[in-house]
Write a protein that binds this ligand. Structure first.
Ligand code: SAM
Length: 289
């Protein structure tokens, strides 16, 4: 049986057979397009050597593809109603383990130790859109050994993750993601590739984890506070945003001096600063303010 689920007919058959009801609260939009599935697998660069962690296998459509291309798959699914379906659709794949849990409650380091002896894994998912950001930031912040994360997300969110200074999509999420990984949008995916159809466009994005952060920052947490402060009121100057934000409490003089140290004019806005410049700003405050 080769990846039998990636078409509408089989997906509807299995859903009807098990009388499965879609749960909106779990962001359940199942993929029904084999071309998109092929693209995700190719973008994730899965080989037989790989252990893949899949978040939200649904009825196991992508799981089958991953099991055929990868060494092993650990699939974490929150909805217990999907377990009998997964048992059936994945019965021919002994290299798949299904864990019934909320991914936000899973200790990623422990999971990787248990299923891949602590060696780096790849993460692949058609993510539930209601928790895209906490899932991705949680994976990065856990410092768990992850080579890359290839995920379907809302199109706008993918654009924000990949955006650079000067773009309207550039913001705190762009900088947070780009501190940890190189972001690359692989494909845009229209609503008709899913059952049921989502109300928004989607995109597949690959986040290739940096071995070392691309910039040297003394206190990354301070840098992220500065970033949040700068983008909270994005039409204001950087100076005013930092003066008025509860995220940081530096004197007006220190803020002016820090901006000057970047060689930027006092009228500069936060949205004009690169990740490197936010790093320099944070280093200035932690060293001199
Ligand atoms: N991978 C399947 C596919 O592509 O057809 C399903 C993708 S669907 C967009 C998202 C999946 O994530 C659903 O199966 C949903 O039940 C599951 N899910 C939602 N919230 C979750 C959570 N917190 N932890 C684990 N799985 C979750």
């Amino acid at each position: 049986m080769y990846s039998s689920l990636g078409n509408p007919k089989h997906t509807i058959e299995i859903i009807q057979k098990h009388k499965f009801n879609f749960q909106k609260k779990f962001g359940q939009n199942f993929l029904i397009d084999t071309h998109v599935l092929d693209k995700i697998i190719a973008a994730a660069r899965i080989t037989k050597e790989d252990c893949v962690v899949e978040i939200g296998p649904g009825i196991g459509t992508m799981t089958q593809y991953l099991a055929e291309c990868g060494g092993c798959v650990v699939a974490v699914e929150i909805d217990a109603n999907l377990l009998p379906i997964l048992e059936e659709t994945l019965k021919d794949y002994p290299n798949v383990r299904v864990i019934n849990n909320d991914i936000l409650k899973v200790d990623m380091n422990q999971l990787i130790r248990e299923y891949n002896n602590g060696r780096p894994v790849k993460v692949v998912a058609n993510l539930p859109y209601y928790i895209t950001t906490p899932i991705i930031m949680g994976l990065f912040e856990s410092k768990a050994p992850i080579d890359n994360i290839t995920v379907m997300v809302q199109k706008e969110v993918a654009q924000r993750m990949q955006a650079g200074p000067g773009s309207k999509d550039y913001g705190a999420l762009s900088l947070a993601v780009q501190y940890y990984a190189e972001a690359y949008i692989v494909a845009n995916v229209p609503p008709n590739c899913f059952i049921p159809r989502p109300n928004v466009g989607s995109a597949v994005i690959r986040l290739t984890r940096y071995l070392e952060p691309p910039i040297q920052v003394d206190e990354p947490r301070l840098m992220f506070r500065l970033i949040r402060a700068s983008f909270n009121q994005r039409r204001k100057t950087l100076q005013n945003s930092l003066n008025n934000s509860p995220e940081v409490s530096f004197s007006k003089e220190a803020i002016m001096a820090a901006i000057e140290s970047l060689g930027m004019p006092p009228s500069v806005r936060g949205e004009a600063l690169t990740l490197e410049q936010f790093g320099l700003l944070a280093n200035y405050f932690s060293r001199y303010a």
